[in-house]
Ligand binder design. Sequence first.
Ligand code: 5GP
Length: 208
Amino acid sequence: MAQEGLPIIISAPSGAGKTTLLRSLKERLPALDFSVSHTTRPPRENERDGEDYHFISKADFLKMTDRNEFLEWAKIHDNYYGTTLKNIESTLKKGKDLVLELDVQGVEALRDLKYQGVYIFILPPSLEELKKRLTGRGTEPDSQIRQRLEVGKKEISKSHLYDFAVTNVNVDESVDTILSIIRAEKSRMNRYQPDCPEIRKIIESGNT
Ligand code: 5GP
């Protein structure tokens, strides 16, 4: 049996640089899949339906929650976001590693479910830098920036939910760190599935 893919759960306070970082991670590791969440948030200018998110109405989202289609879902900044079970499971079964970008509420839900994966938290170098990045982005009005900063501080206080922390000072270095985390995680003995059947048999015989 092929090794199942690794769920890689990544969160960051809004403005910590996650989007840029994940774009670069995708370029460096093209084999990596990214889960596409459903959201009721309207698309931003450069976002595409089906690529960045599945953009749906609140009524449709609530229907999906009633049908238990989500592994987890959360209300964030007045909008709903959720990860459907269907696509995740089929990707992982194919042995493909999958990045799930979730907020802290989503991570709390997955931890409660004892969902297995590697949990990584991206942190800004300072609160000042976080504010600077949020303001510089120019996508949200002042009131929303203040709201996002407050939420960000609460999220940072939940860092203990994660296995690894990456301070995002420099994108390339942060991606290096994430790649090292993924490699190390995939080499854990309890996940390790050698390609060679003979070696696999010997390992399994020692396990019983
Ligand atoms: P944005 O609106 O800036 O794209 O995302 C806002 C927040 O929602 C980010 O922290 C992002 O990681 C989180 N998010 C995106 N998709 C999901 C999801 O499916 N579930 C949860 N819990 N959070 C999500």
